[in-house]
Design a protein around this ligand. Structure first.
Ligand SMILES: Cc1ncc(COP(=O)(O)O)c(C=O)c1O
Length: 362
């Protein structure tokens, strides 16, 4: 018997072949498929043993990302989750506390990796739409003592996913990061959708993340690559992150095949994020015209809404949409519809037609 084993299975369910064909996939920006151009770039990639420092394409990606983010160095990791946990493990010691919004991915969606692997605790902060302000941070700061857990790190998420794909106002972001530094904390940004924020705000990435000691960008969200995220920081930080990359099994072999997809995404898939944002606005506008639907105004590519006033729970709405060939996800009482590389303006109309039909049938 495996300790802790019970009837619950962690294995993801396979997709049900009996479900209708997918006409519009708004479930997640992780559902993109590599484009033909990206596949060509992967096919042509020069590669070597990444773990041994011998892969020129991975080095090219890391150098480019360090420059883009205005940091000394960068490391290529398989996923954003590994970037977060490696960063927390470098910044913190067992017993240390991280301050983060209570809806942050590190709180809700990483299966307690920081606690399991590093004995790290998270102090959850309140605030509207995934953001918090300086007074909220100040109220959570404690003087050093022999009793309270040491506070080591302040974490922010850009964009704030569960907050609604919200972009931090730059003044607020700079202020909380500066206050964290003043309190002796290191600062870390989960930049899973950082480039969505950069495109939406029109602020260069390096400027946006200047107050962060470490920051990472995911290539498997709106940027459309099949694998990979890049974590950046000081040379000393990245040296320590490499230890965790190795320990966690994140060192690769011919990583250049994946890094080539990421480089392709940097060249071809950043400016076009504006199309995803425009599609999200069109979707939000159309949904808000359905009687009873409460729609949060999107900053970027995530549209959150509550269909209960239209007569359906979030789960019931998502199931009814799936029956019409449209995929959306749910988060508690809200539905999340996500625009990305593989969602066209025409598919937004398909989704709106389905939503109107689903609500009219209640
Ligand atoms: C805000 C945020 N952080 C981290 C992650 C984890 O990224 P990955 O799926 O690459 O592990 C996600 C993924 O959805 C996310 O939305």
């Amino acid at each position: 018997m495996i300790p802790g084993m019970n009837a619950f299975s962690y294995i993801p369910a396979r997709s049900d072949p009996a479900l209708p064909q997918v006409l519009a996939n708004l479930y997640s920006d992780t559902h993109t498929r590599p484009t033909p151009g990206m596949r060509d770039a992967m096919h042509a990639a020069a590669c070597g043993d990444e773990q041994a420092g011998d892969d020129p394409t991975v080095w090219a990606l890391c150098d480019r990302m360090a420059a883009l983010l205005g940091k000394e160095a960068a490391v290529f990791l398989p996923s954003g989750t590994m970037c977060n946990v490696a960063a927390l493990l470098v910044h913190c010691r067992p017993g240390d506390e991280v301050l983060a919004h209570r809806t942050a991915h590190i709180v809700t969606s990483e299966h307690g990796n920081h606690a399991a692997l590093g004995g790290i605790m998270i102090h959850p902060l309140e605030g509207k739409r995934g953001l918090f302000d300086v007074p909220t941070l100040e109220a959570a700061l404690r003087p050093r003592s022999r009793y309270a857990p040491p506070q080591a790190l302040l974490e922010v998420e850009q964009t704030a996913n569960i907050g609604g794909g919200v972009v931090w106002p730059q003044v607020q972001l700079d202020a909380v990061l500066a206050r964290g530094h003043a309190a002796g904390l290191a600062t870390h940004m989960d930049g899973a959708r950082l480039m969505n924020a950069v495109v939406a705000a029109g602020i260069p990435a390096a400027e946006m993340v200047a107050g962060c000691d470490s920051v990472w960008l995911d290539f498997t969200k709106g940027l459309g690559a099949p694998l990979g995220a890049v974590l950046a920081g000081s040379r000393a930080f990245i040296s320590e992150a490499w230890r965790w990359k190795q320990r966690l099994g994140g060192s690769m072999r011919q990583g250049g095949v994946s890094a080539a997809a990421c480089l392709y995404a940097l060249d071809h898939h950043i400016d076009r994020l504006a199309e995803d944002h425009a599609n999200a606005r069109t979707l939000a506008r159309g949904l808000s015209q359905i009687s009873g639907m409460v729609v949060e105004t999107p900053d970027t590519n995530l549209v959150f809404f509550d269909p209960r006033g239209a007569g359906l729970t979030a789960e019931a709405f998502a199931a009814a949409m799936r029956a019409q060939g449209v995929m959306v996800s749910t988060m508690a009482e809200r539905v999340r519809a996500c625009t990305h590389l593989d969602v066209s303006a025409a598919q937004i109309e398909v989704a709106l037609t389905a939503a109107r039909a689903v609500c009219a049938a209640t």
